[in-house]
Design a protein around this ligand. Structure first.
Ligand code: ADP
Ligand code: MN
Ligand code: MN
Ligand code: MN
Length: 372
């Protein structure tokens, strides 16, 4: 049996009484930021006197981090939280807000895992190209015991082949999470454009986009926050590990779909081909920033099996899913549209991925691909 969290078993009917109390015209604002491991999200909440009408009305905040030097020695430093975009809160409802923040060190320089600033710089430089991104976020549900949710305690579920977009209790495992996350995203104002169950049982996907420039990273990080938060209510975990189960089970990716204004216009395919040519020359640099561990995580996933290309090779093709870059069939037929970079791992930082793609495809300066 899958183990569910203790909190998820608290009495939710009692909770509902308090959640429906009026809140005296005040506004609860939850500040969200990326943790120092570059993967986890954090959030804390404060009361504002009135409902903020725009991001400019949300004050900076801070948090304290402790670094342990030894068993006894600790050093504390204060980090700044700089609000960058605001969403409606689907958990405590209107007028309450979720606010994504950038993190600055106490010298007000970007924190080590704040890749938004560098991404924004590139997106500003390439603004005239109106670059759009759409990301597919795959994830795997786990019980509190860290085993895939709903898998048998001993052995494995039936082999892959009938789970993708599957219907039926033996095919779609944990649909509640997907459906509730979808609604939460729509309520919040996330540009979620679809969902599906994946090839491995208990694996799901949602798609966000198209988003222009910096908006891709902002939206995706908040969509991830919502996912983890929805899972919390149900007492399960969502992992973005790119290969949660070894062997002949599909890994989890963060496919990034990309187009510029030129690619979307009549005859745009030639610009897609130019971009692929440029990407082919910087494969290694891209792989380095496509997961949080310099390619180590993706090494387990990009094996050349299970709908992936080998991590050491750059390949491209039409309607082919065992390649680094895929041109969808419709795009090839229409001779315009977008391309799909299938390499990013599910746990990638979308700011780093979109920054690398925009720099390689649209900037001459090689330096730009490096993080920060
Ligand atoms: P796949 O066939 O690879 O599973 P999905 O349907 O899951 O594709 O996802 C398609 C993604 O492509 C979505 O995130 C969508 O926002 C994005 N997308 C669609 N059109 C464009 C475009 N012109 N530019 C960039 N992204 C796009
Ligand atoms: Mn997809
Ligand atoms: Mn998928
Ligand atoms: Mn895809």
């Amino acid at each position: 049996m899958t183990t569910l969290s203790a909190s998820s078993r608290l009495n939710k009917t009692v909770r509902q009484h308090y959640m429906s109390l009026p809140q005296g015209g005040k506004c609860q604002v939850t500040y969200i930021w990326i943790s120092k491991n570059g993967e986890d999200l954090r959030g804390k909440t404060r009361t504002l006197e009135t409902e903020p009408k725009s991001i400019d009305e949300i004050p900076e905040w801070n948090f304290c981090t402790a670094h342990r030097f030894s068993q006894v020695q600790m050093s504390y430093s204060e980090m700044f939280l700089i609000p960058v975009c605001m969403f409606r809160d689907p958990f405590t409802l209107d007028p309450n807000k979720l606010v994504l923040c950038e993190v600055l060190n106490n010298d007000r320089l970007p924190a080590e895992t704040n890749h938004r600033m560098g991404c924004k710089k590139v997106m500003d430089q390439v603004q005239e190209h109106q670059i759009w991104f759409g990301m597919e976020q795959e994830y795997t549900l786990l019980g509190m015991d860290k085993n895939p949710f709903g898998w048998p305690q001993w052995g494995f579920p039936a082999p892959q082949g009938h789970y993708h977009s599957g219907v039926g209790a033996d095919k779609a495992i944990g649909r509640d999470i997907m459906e509730c996350h979808y609604k939460a995203c729509l309520y919040a104002g996330i540009k979620i454009c679809g969902t599906n169950s994946e090839t491995m049982p208990s694996q799901w996907e949602f798609q966000v986009g198209p988003c222009e420039g910096i908006e891709m990273g902002d939206q995706l990080w908040v969509a991830r926050f919502l996912l983890h938060r929805v899972c919390e209510d149900f007492g399960v975990l969502a992992t973005l590990d790119p290969k949660p189960v070894k062997g002949n089970w599909n890994g989890a990716g963060g496919h990034m779909n990309v187009s510029t204004k030129q690619m979307r216009e009549e005859g745009g395919l030639q610009y897609i081909e130019q971009a692929i040519e440029k990407l082919s020359k910087r494969h290694k640099e891209h792989i380095k920033v496509y997961d949080p561990h310099g390619g180590q995580d993706n090494m387990r996933r990009l094996t050349g099996e299970n709908e992936t290309a080998n991590i050491n090779e750059f390949t491209a093709g039409v309607a082919d899913r065992a390649v680094s870059i895929r041109i969808p069939l419709k795009v090839s037929n229409d001779k315009k549209g977008y391309f799909e970079d299938r390499r990013p791992a599910a746990n990638c930082d979308p700011y780093l991925v979109t920054k690398a793609i925009a720099s390689t495809c649209l900037l001459e300066d090689v330096e730009q691909v490096k993080d920060n």
